[in-house]
Design a protein around this ligand. Sequence first.
Ligand code: SF4
Length: 309
Amino acid sequence: MRSFQDTLHHHGLHLVREVTSTLQINTGFRCNLACKHCHLDAGPARQEVMTRATMEEVLSFVRRNSFKLADITGGAPELVPDIAYLLDGLSLQVERVLFRSNLTLLTRGEYAALLEQLVAGKVAIAASFPSTNKKQADAQRGSGVWESSVKALKELNRLGYGKAGTGLELFLVANPAGAFLPVEQSRAEQRYKSELAAKWGIAFTNLYTFANMPLGRFRAWLERSGNLQPYMAKLAAGFNPATVAGLMCRSLISVSWDGFLYDCDFNLAAGLYHSGRRLHLSEVDTIGKGIPIISADHCYGCTAGAGFT
Ligand code: SF4
């Protein structure tokens, strides 16, 4: 298999940073679930979460830059003790905030204040919902996860999320159950919309589909099952040069729970620092244009087929 860098070179393409308009904040690897496809190996045994001191540094970094979107991810951000503080600070400084949730915690009683804060701030929610099939979803994410996700989606709908005219966006995120490419996004969205509406009365804003990244827990499974090489070959064979111009790393920078910078959350999982150096965000003033993006073979997961942009 040709390396990702060689493939870019072969097509005369360069992966460099444009204007950075999104700050993705990985608030930690602690999660109540341990999904098979997780690229970060997040789970209940992980202790890494963002402290308030790092949140203050994140907010100071946001003040020095002009991000339009703050994308809060984890782990499960619900489990970060000072998440409300981070949300408050971000809401004052950026146009849009996106909160990623695995759906199994957010609508529980103990997170009522957090949910209220999200609604009041019109914070968009992006929720993992890999399959409309209960058996398949539970095999990927754990027993009972599908049912609590459906319950949470209904509750979010009741609060106005995913409903036209409320300003409360609800995105669903789906990925394949194994070592294959996702179905085309608009087709999958149509199917999800009609199935969720007809069977459970659930509405949502948009669906995003993506290929599982050969990193973290999913990579460990690929290795154990002898699927790593065939899967990498499949991703590489699906390389679509048209996706490169729109790759999210051109306009996004990711910060880890302990404040270090990466070109995306996948590079964070792979331990590949922004600029190739271990840079803490307190050492960086602004993120400029034209900086080469650090890439590796897992990037084929973003450029296969319709791509992940
Ligand atoms: S994994 Fe995807 S988003 Fe990250 S650097 Fe590679 S191509 Fe860009």
